[in-house]
Design a protein around this ligand. Sequence first.
Ligand code: FES
Length: 233
Amino acid sequence: MSDQPDGVKPLVALTIDGKPVQVPRGTTIWEAALEAGIEIPALCHSPRLRPVGVCRLCVVDIGERVLVASCLRPCEEGMEVLASSPEVEGHRKRLTALLMADYHQDHSVEKGRAISSGEDLLLTLAERYGPENPYPKGRHDRPRQDLSSQVIAVNHQLCILCDRCIRACDEVQCNHIIGRTGKGNAARIAFDLDLPMGTSGCVSCGECMAVCPTAALTNKRPGASPRPGGKEA
Ligand code: FES
C-alpha cells in the first residue's frame, strides 16, 4: 500500500486484466476498472446510487471460490482481477439469456426493440452475447402497463427488478414514492401503497426514467429525453 499525505486515502495497487491500476482505498473494482478504461457491464449499478449487487452482471474473478460482484467489492492490495476471462464472459452470457427469457414474448432482440421505446442496456447485452437462448420463456403474473402518469410510461414486463428506480427516487430525489410489491412471478415495482403512478405522490421528476436500464420507465412525450443526455449507462 502506498504512503499518502495526511487526510488523503492510501492507494492500493492491483491489476485488472493484467493492467496495473492504483486507486484510493475503498474504491470498488468496478470504479477502478472504469477509471482504467476497462468496461465491466452493469445493470443494477449506477455511479450515482448505492451499490446493491442485485443483477450479478458485473461479476469478476479475483481467484476466490466464486465470482464476486465488482460494483460492491473494494479493491485490495495485490489483487489480480480477471474482468473478461472466458469464465466471466460465459457467466454474463448465461445471466443475460436468463433475463431475456423472463423479459418479453420471445427471446429476440428485434421484438424487444419493437416495444422498447427507450434505450435498453439489457437488449444491448443480448446483442453482444448472441441470439441463441437455451432457456424457456419465463412467466409473468404482472400487469403489463401503467399509463396513468402524464409524463412517465411504466411497462412492468420490461422491468428486471434491479431497484435502480427505487434507489434513485429515495437516495437522489428523496421522494420515497417507488417500492416493491408482490412475490415470485408477481413481484413488481409499485408507487406509494400500490397506486397507479398518476395518482401517487410522484412529482414526475424523471429521475427513475433516467436510471432505468431497460425501457420499463420511459418518457411519454415523443422525442423528449427525461433529462439532458437521456438515459445514463
Ligand atoms: S451491477 Fe453489480 S451486481 Fe448488478
